[in-house]
Design a protein around this ligand. Structure first.
Ligand SMILES: *Cc1c(COP(=O)(O)O)cnc(C)c1O
Length: 227
C-alpha cells in the first residue's frame, strides 16, 4: 500500500470505530504524526489532503517549518514534552500545543507572545505513577487549568491530552482521561477536546470519547531512525 492508500484505509477504520461507538466520524480530527520523517513527507501528505500534522521535538518542528513553503490551512500540533526554554520556538511554529503539563510551561508559552492571537493548548495528563513521564497528575489538573485561565490570557485551554501507559489496558486508561476531561470542563466548560489514541489504540480511544487522534506509523509506516 502507498501512503494515500494507507490514509484511506486508516480513515475507513477510524470511521468504523466511531460508528461502533455510536459516534459520528466527523467529530474526529486525525493528526498525522510525522516525527523523524523528512520534511518532504509533510508536503506529500498535504498534497493528499492532510491538514493536521504532529511533531514531538521543537528543533525538528522548527526545521521542517523552515524547510517547507507556507502550506495554507496546514495546522502543526506540538505533541512532545514541552521545555520552558523551548516555549518561544514552539509557539512560533505550532498552532496547537498538546503538552502543557505545569504552570511554568504555560507561563513560558504565554510570555512568548502575550498579546498574540490565542494559542490552543491541551493539558497533558500523566496516566502513570512515574512523575518523570510527561503530564500533570489527574489530581493536579483543575489547579493547572485555573492557573492557565487566570495567568495566561493568550492561551486558550481546549481540552486534555494523554498517552496510554504500556502496562495497562488502553480502555481503562482512556476511561480515566474521560473522567479528567469532565473535571476540566467544570473549570473551562468549552474545553471539549480529548487528544488520545495512537496507531495501536485509536479504537479504544474513540470508544472513550477521543476527539483528536495522533496517528504515526499506521499511516507513515515505520519511522526512520531518530536523526
Ligand atoms: C509518536 C507519537 C504518536 C504516534 O505514535 P504511533 O504509534 O506511531 O501512531 C502519538 N502521540 C505521541 C505523543 C507521540 O510521541
Amino acid at each position: 500500500m502507498d501512503l494515500t492508500a494507507r490514509l484511506a484505509d486508516l480513515d475507513a477504520r477510524i470511521a468504523d470505530a466511531a460508528r461502533s461507538a455510536g459516534r459520528d466520524p466527523s467529530e474526529l480530527t486525525r493528526i498525522v504524526v510525522t516525527k523523524f520523517h523528512p520534511a518532504e513527507l509533510v508536503s506529500t501528505l498535504y498534497a493528499a489532503g492532510v491538514r493536521e500534522v504532529g511533531e514531538n521535538r521543537q528543533q525538528e518542528l522548527s526545521a521542517k517549518r523552515e524547510a517547507l513553503p507556507d502550506l495554507p490551512g496546514l495546522r502543526w500540533h506540538f505533541i512532545g514534552q514541552l521545555q520552558s526554554k523551548k516555549a518561544r520556538a514552539v509557539r512560533a511554529a505550532a498552532q496547537v500545543v498538546h503538552s502543557v503539563d505545569r504552570d511554568r510551561a504555560a507561563d513560558a508559552l504565554h510570555a512568548a507572545d502575550p498579546d498574540g492571537a490565542p494559542l490552543a493548548v491541551l493539558l497533558q495528563l500523566n496516566l502513570t505513577d512515574d512523575p518523570g513521564r510527561g503530564g500533570v497528575a489527574p489530581a493536579g489538573l483543575e489547579s493547572l487549568a485555573t492557573h492557565v485561565l487566570t495567568a495566561c490570557p493568550s492561551l486558550r485551554v481546549r481540552g486534555v491530552m494523554a498517552v496510554a501507559p504500556l502496562d495497562e489496558a488502553p480502555a481503562a486508561a482512556f476511561a480515566r482521561v474521560a473522567a479528567a476531561s469532565e473535571s476540566l470542563r467544570r473549570v473551562v466548560p468549552d474545553a471539549t477536546w480529548i487528544s488520545a489514541g495512537m496507531s495501536g489504540d485509536y479504537a479504544e480511544a474513540i470508544a472513550a470519547g477521543a476527539t483528536h487522534l495522533r496517528i504515526g506509523t499506521a499511516i507513515t509506516g515505520p519511522r526512520p531512525e531518530r536523526r
